[in-house]
Design a protein around this ligand. Structure first.
Ligand SMILES: [Zn+2]
Length: 270
C-alpha cells in the first residue's frame, strides 16, 4: 500500500507527506488507532514515503526501497513486537544494540507494534533512545491506547491518531454511518438505530471506526452543503460531532465500547 492509497486519513497523510518533502521528518512518532486498523501497513506506507527518492513524500512502489519495504526485507527497517502479552526490556535492549549499527541506506527505522504493552522498564529504556537518537534514526510506535505510555515517552514523540482505513471496509463503514445519520434525521426510535449498528455492536473492535465514520458524515455535511445538508440545523450537527467526541473520550477512559455506543445512540439527535 502506498501513502496515497490510504483513505479516511487524507489530512494526516497530506501533512506528513508535505513534511517529508520539506525534509522535516521527526525522530519519533506515535500512530494511535483501533486494534482493527492495520497500523503496521500505515507505518510501512509512511516509511516508503520517507525513503523513496522517485516520489518523495508518497512512495512510488517501484524503486528498490519501496519494493523491499513492501516485501518486508528492507535491511534498515527493524520490527519490534510483543513477546506474549508485553514488550520486554530485553527486546528494547536488543533494538538499541541494533540501532547502533550503521544503516546500509540513509537511516535506521524501527517500528514498534503494540508499543503500549511495553513494560515500565522497557519504556524507561526506550526513553534513552528517544532522548539521544542516533542521527537519522526514526522510531515509530504503534499503539491502540496511548494512555498506557508514560508521559515522558509521549512528550518526546509526535503523536497522530489514525482514522479508519482499508480498501473496501472504509466505504462499507461510511455507508453504515450514513444510514444511521438518516435514521436519526428521520427521528427513528432507538431500536431501529440499534438495528442499523448491530454489526458494530457484535464486534467492539469496529466501534472506533464507526465513530470516525459518523463524525465524517456530519463534518462533510458542514463543508459541502448538499440537499440533505439543508435538512439539518447546523447547531444540531455541531452537537452531534461533540457527542461523538465525548463517546470516544469515554472509551479512552475505560467505559465499555458497547455501552458507550448504545448511550450515544440513545442521546444523539437528527
Ligand atoms: Zn519508491
Amino acid at each position: 500500500m502506498s501513502f496515497g492509497q490510504i483513505q479516511g486519513n487524507e489530512k494526516l497523510v497530506n501533512r506528513l507527506s508535505e513534511a517529508i518533502k520539506k525534509g522535516n521528518v521527526s525522530h519519533a512518532y506515535i500512530f494511535e488507532g483501533e486494534a482493527v486498523l492495520d497500523k503496521k501497513a500505515f507505518a510501512e506506507a509512511f516509511v516508503k514515503a520517507v525513503l523513496c527518492e522517485e516520489e518523495p513524500g508518497i512512495g512510488c512502489g517501484r524503486c528498490a526501497s519501496c519494493r523491499k519495504i513492501e516485501h518486508g526485507n528492507y535491511e534498515d527497517l527493524i520490527y519490534v513486537q510483543a513477546d506474549g502479552s508485553s514488550i520486554k526490556d530485553e527486546a528494547i535492549e536488543k533494538l538499541q544494540e541494533r540501532l547502533k549499527t550503521k544503516p546500509y541506506g540513509p537511516r535506521n527505522i524501527a517500528v514498534i507494534s503494540d508499543a503500549d504493552t511495553m513494560t515500565l522498564r522497557a519504556q524507561n529504556r526506550l526513553l534513552k533512545t528517544l532522548e539521544e537518537p542516533a542521527e537519522g534514526t526514526i522510531l515509530i510506535l504503534l499503539s491502540e491506547n496511548i494512555e498506557n505510555l508514560t508521559q515522558t515517552i509521549l512528550s518526546r514523540c509526535v503523536k497522530f491518531r489514525l482514522n479508519y482505513f482499508g480498501q473496501e471496509s472504509y466505504e462499507g463503514m461510511m455507508e453504515t454511518a450514513r444510514a444511521v445519520a438518516d435514521l436519526l434525521l428521520e427521528g427513528q426510535p432507538f431500536y431501529k438505530r440499534k438495528e442499523a449498528i448491530s454489526e458494530i455492536m457484535k464486534d467492539a473492535g469496529k466501534t472506533g471506526a464507526f465513530l470516525d465514520a459518523l463524525e465524517r458524515v456530519y463534518r462533510d455535511l458542514l463543508i459541502e452543503p448538499s440537499e440533505k445538508g439543508r435538512l439539518y440545523k447546523k447547531s444540531q450537527i455541531y452537537k452531534n460531532v461533540s457527542m461523538i467526541e465525548q463517546t470516544r473520550r469515554q472509551i479512552q477512559r475505560g467505559v465499555a465500547k458497547s455501552y458507550a455506543l448504545k448511550d450515544l445512540m440513545i442521546k444523539i439527535g437528527g
